[in-house]
Design a binder for this molecule. Sequence first.
Ligand code: PLP
Length: 378
Amino acid sequence: MEADGQKIIKLNIGNVGAFGFDPPDEIVRDMIKNMQNAAPYSDSKGMFASRKAIMQYTQQKNIEGVTIDDIYIGNGASELIMLSMHALLDNGDEVLVPTPDYPLWTAAVNLAGGKAVHYMCNEEKDWMPDIADIEAKITPHTKAIVVINPNNPTGALYPDELLKKIVDLAREHQLIVFADEIYDKCLYDGVTHTSMASLANDVLFITMNGLSKNYRSCGYRVGWMVVSGEKKYARDYIVGLDMLSSMRLCSNVPGQYAIQTALGGYQSINDLVAPNGRLTRQRDLSHKLLTDIPGVTCVKAKAALYMFPKLDPEIYPIEDDKQFAYDLLEREKVLIVQGTGFNWVAPDHFRVVFLPNSDDLTHAIERIARFLDFYRKK
Ligand code: PLP
């Protein structure tokens, strides 16, 4: 459609820089200044200074005992999610992944020969993971649990008590905790984020983070992974991680130059998530406009860049939500992602990104409302 010259409003992907959110000036200048130095391969796990800056960040987040060796820099967290699953899983191994999820996790588990077993997050409880469901789904084949906090696609932020319950289960069943914390600075209404790995030293944690979201630089492809906690039984796994890491030689080096400056400099994300900051305003606006639509309910995001509204199935009896998304795109030129794209269990949700400016968000959600009205009467 775009090739035909049509203008689409995109509420479908958290590509922060594409919506007029600039990356911090100093990290851009840092990369440009170091372009010449960035020509050689780096250490396969990443440059020392960059990993040192990440190590200091883990100290700020109260994760104990992390050394430079425990840190792997990748071409975005995405590459490390893939790599960490490939190193871990034998055919038939199970990994607990939330539903709804960030679908790369499910895909990475399956591609590595494992089986993603989905545990429910409960919309009535602000999308909190259902501890009883997690417990019920642990089997002798379960190797690990993935916790995405702050959450994509729901915008939820999990309280410490709940995180501790998951850590207790991991300890009891010797599961590795994969903590995806890539939105740990996108926090609204004064809430704070706790790194899961700060909650125990006797459980193995793999924490994922990166520059894409907090520093509005998705395209620079900078992510990292930190191994912490109980490493006693993980020696072979760590050998596997080191091997896969060296097989790709190293990650994008210009991007690595941005890390130290980003983590140590002025945290301009705080301005965007402040009470009157652009992200907070856009979250509030999109939540209001969405919930004004008859038959649409939506838990307001506490964090991250997304919301996952529900369409009342009595009013909108959708059978194929992917088709629903295509029909909306065709008719109203608004792109959303259907809920089942996040491995959600029923065709009654969709995800929106509240990154477009207020005018575009207003137009887009007005068009969604118009489409739903048409859909209901059709
Ligand atoms: N994890 C989550 C929860 C995400 O939403 C994303 C991107 O949207 C990623 C990981 C991947 O980020 P990166 O750009 O670092 O590969």
